[in-house]
Design a protein. Structure first.
Length: 148
């Protein structure tokens, strides 16, 4: 069963072919800025898992690893839909808050916890990474497989 989502103004819509995607919370400063919150909900998927309609603009930013990430967003309202690493062009990271119903999303892990706010309580049994996992692509590929 597909899930749907989109931007705040409705100009960009998408269908996600995964019914129960796996998500993680990223506490890095870039995700805090992008989400205008304490962390971002990230949904790693393959590019083939999402069908986007409507215009998308892009912004390329450097990453801590020395590569770049292309951020895809609605040019009308500015909502980030997904981003794509230069290191892994077959995969994208959907922003979990753009799903029409994100109420069942619960982070399977937390990354960038070195920068998390002190008032955020992470469950003791949740995997935590002070920075990104060493092999981020392999780690995300594992999460994608769990969501199938």
């Amino acid at each position: 069963m597909a899930r749907a989502g989109g931007c705040q103004c409705g100009a960009v819509r998408y269908t996600l072919s995964l019914e129960r995607p796996v998500v993680y919370a990223c506490h890095c400063s870039e995700c805090q800025k992008q989400s205008a919150s304490a962390f971002g909900l990230s949904v790693p998927i393959t590019r083939a898992d999402i069908d986007v309609t409507g215009p998308l603009a892009t912004y390329v930013r450097p990453t801590d690893s020395g590569t770049s990430t292309t951020c895809h967003f609605c040019p009308k309202c500015g909502t980030r839909i997904y981003h794509q690493s230069a290191r892994s062009t077959d995969n994208v990271t959907l922003k979990g808050g753009t799903l029409d119903d994100p109420s069942d999303l619960s982070p399977a892990a937390h990354i960038g916890t070195r920068r998390k706010h002190s008032w955020i309580a992470i469950p003791d049994d949740a995997p935590q990474f002070p920075e990104q996992p060493d092999d981020l692509k392999a780690w995300r590929d594992t999460l994608i497989a769990k969501g199938r």
